[in-house]
Ligand binder design. Structure first.
Ligand code: CP
Ligand code: NVA
Length: 331
């Protein structure tokens, strides 16, 4: 019997395969309730604080709209306007918020910050993305994979691009936990951290999954069930890195040749936001500077029937609700 009451949600290494699958099943029920317009205000009267030291559309909206769906109130603390970090320590902030709220979401920089926040909080703390991990994203991703294949264990997921970023690290962990075959497809210099690879391989010994790294995109993506990519420069990294990353990662773009190399029913996932056209300020700047109209994924793939990115984005809501509900419920 899975019981997550009072637990933090900081990284998936802290969760068992059963607990991860349980949260996904819980999210499926919440999704049905939402679609059927059935009230599910199970956490009525509770309140959450949401700390965002970096930008967000999906994560913020999923926590905020999700809190409201569950009958809660939510307070947004943005990159400016609170004392945290500047005049007040993480420890003191945690102790103050614990006196006023029932749960804390944190998006920011080092994983050590969210871990410290959790250490000094008396209430559940949820990681809404750090430099190292993005665990709530993984629940939505795995829910989307399950919706498409009716299973998780045994599937091959290939992540192309900056494979040692928060999303790459987290995908490797979740695939290991769920017995999937994970391939980090990238030049060696952006392969995931060796210690994390070793830890994930140890997990695979129990789950039947596997972890591989490959510099050859056609070899790596052969017969993939899931193709995944993310931006080449993450939030908090220097803008000057763009040129270097473009040169490094251009050969790892997910285009139709890559899709055709995978299984016929392959799905394409991306945590979003994505540079698949020149419709954004940064996308336009990159085009003007480097002549590139699309980056980690072509517009053709992004808009194709293989692409499930908007189901995936919607599933952020249902899975984040499952995390809040299961960690905050009284009984
Ligand atoms: N995927 C994701 O975390 O999106 P946001 O940055 O918009 O929250
Ligand atoms: N790797 C990206 C993920 C955004 C959801 C970043 O950290 O910016």
């Amino acid at each position: 019997m899975v019981d997550l009451r009072g637990r933090d949600f900081l990284k998936l290494l802290d969760y068992s395969p059963e607990e991860i699958k349980y949260l996904i099943r819980r999210a499926e029920t919440l999704k049905k309730q939402k679609h059927n317009n059935e009230s599910h205000r199970y956490l009525k009267g509770k309140q959450i604080a949401m700390i965002f030291e970096k930008d967000s559309t999906r994560t913020r909206c999923a926590f905020e709209a999700g809190a409201h769906d569950l009958g809660m109130e939510a307070t947004y603390l943005g990159p400016t306007g609170s004392q945290m970090g500047k005049k007040e320590t993480i420890e003191d902030t945690a102790r103050v918020l614990s006196r006023m709220y029932d749960g804390i979401e944190y998006r920011g920089f080092g994983q050590d910050v969210v871990e410290e926040l959790a250490k000094y909080s008396d209430i559940p703390v949820w990681n809404g993305l750090t430099n190292e991990f993005h665990p709530t994203q993984m629940l939505a991703d795995m829910m989307t994979v399950y919706e498409n294949f009716g299973k998780l264990s045994g599937l091959k997921l290939v992540f192309c691009g900056d494979t040692r970023n928060n999303v790459g690290n987290s995908l490797m962990v979740v695939c290991a936990k769920l017995g999937m075959h994970f391939v980090a497809c990238a030049p060696r210099e952006v392969w995931p951290d060796e210690n994390l690879v070793l830890e994930c391989r140890r997990i695979c010994e129990e789950t039947g999954g596997s972890i591989d790294m490959d510099e050859d995109i056609m070899k790596a993506t052969k017969d993939a069930d899931v193709l995944y990519t993310d931006v080449w420069v993450s939030m908090g990294e220097a803008q000057e890195l763009w040129e270097k990353r473009i040169n490094l990662l251009k050969p790892y773009q997910i285009n139709m040749d890559v899709v055709k190399n995978a299984k016929p029913d392959v799905i394409f996932l991306h945590c979003l936001p994505s540079f698949h056209n020149t419709g954004t300020t940064i996308g336009k700047e990159i085009y003007e500077k480097f002549g590139l109209k699309e980056m980690e994924v072509t517009d053709e793939v992004f808009e194709s029937s293989h692409s499930k990115v908007f189901d995936e984005a919607e599933n952020r809501l249902h899975t984040i609700k499952a995390v809040m509900l299961e960690t905050l419920k009284d009984e």
